[in-house]
Design a protein around this ligand. Structure first.
Ligand code: 0L1
Ligand code: MG
Length: 262
């Protein structure tokens, strides 16, 4: 690690305050160009520790930047991993207050729920499918704390991969009843289809994004416990939203989930 504990805490404070006060900031690598991956995840861990200390519960994990569309949109080339706390969850069809966010965007995703523990290294699509209870449609609301969504990978990891809100719903499906590579998704904004794709856009198979997360956690001596909800990553580019927008995600064979921005 390149940063000392005091600096890690100060950067966690800066990023979480941006989230809580709906203010943007410049990317932290501008001030700390030498910070490394361990520093970036240590800042994310400190943000997580603060939220848990305030009584929030970690209720899900996420893989991000898992599609070529997203990597191209953001000018980066590898996945990143983050967490969601209970205040990020929006009920299916529920409201998301734009005043609590900076510049939200939505991503169509496949959400996984595990039935057994996943522990890397060595996790692959097969181990993930064997450990999956069901999959269902999920919309992630991302809200980078960085001005104009301008960041590099280490900065976005420290910022908990822009996690802000999410909704899941529709018809849960057993992974043996579908081919997640060819499953089609359509995301509608105010009734107009704005994004289309298939599961294979996520690392060739959405389960590969879950395996990557398990292997990342395994390298840190952690695992994905049974019963964990995981967002596998945006299938298309993210779409900007504002108050008044209604977003619906339809996933082939899994029904739909929706969220209203107010
Ligand atoms: O979930 C995601 O793919 C987002 C990762 C962070 C990058 C961004 O803010 O778009
Ligand atoms: Mg995402």
């Amino acid at each position: 690690m390149k940063l000392d504990t005091q600096t890690i805490h100060a950067l966690a404070d800066r990023l979480e305050n941006c989230q809580l006060q709906q203010q943007d900031t410049t990317k932290i690598t501008d001030d700390h160009p030498d910070m490394d991956w361990d520093d970036a995840y240590a800042i994310q861990d400190e943000i997580r520790r603060r939220k848990v200390a305030r009584g929030l519960r970690v209720i899900g994990l996420k893989s991000g930047l898992t599609s070529h569309a997203k990597m191209k949109q953001m000018g980066v080339n590898s996945p990143v991993f983050g967490f969601m706390t209970d205040d990020y969850a929006v009920p299916d069809g529920g409201e998301c207050k734009v005043s609590e966010l900076i510049h939200p965007k939505v991503e169509p995703e496949i959400a996984f729920v595990t039935k057994t523990e996943l522990r890397g290294p060595g996790c692959h699509i097969g181990t993930v499918l064997a450990a999956t209870d069901f999959v269902l449609p999920g919309i992630e609301v991302i809200d980078s704390r960085y001005r104009d969504f301008k960041f590099d990978l280490k900065s976005v990891v420290a910022d908990n991969t822009s996690a802000a809100r999410f909704v899941v719903g529709g018809q849960p499906m057993n992974v043996s009843d579908c081919d997640l590579r060819t499953v089609g998704v359509v995301m509608e904004k105010n009734g107009v289809p704005v994004a289309f794709g298939a599961g294979a856009a996520v690392l060739g198979h959405p389960a590969a994004a879950i395996a990557a997360l398990a292997n990342h956690l395994g390298a840190r001596g952690e695992c994905i416990p049974a019963g964990t909800l995981i967002l596998s990553g945006g299938i298309t580019e993210a779409v900007a939203v504002q108050a008044g927008d209604n977003i619906t995600l339809r996933v082939q064979g899994m029904g739909s989930t929706s969220i209203r921005f107010v």
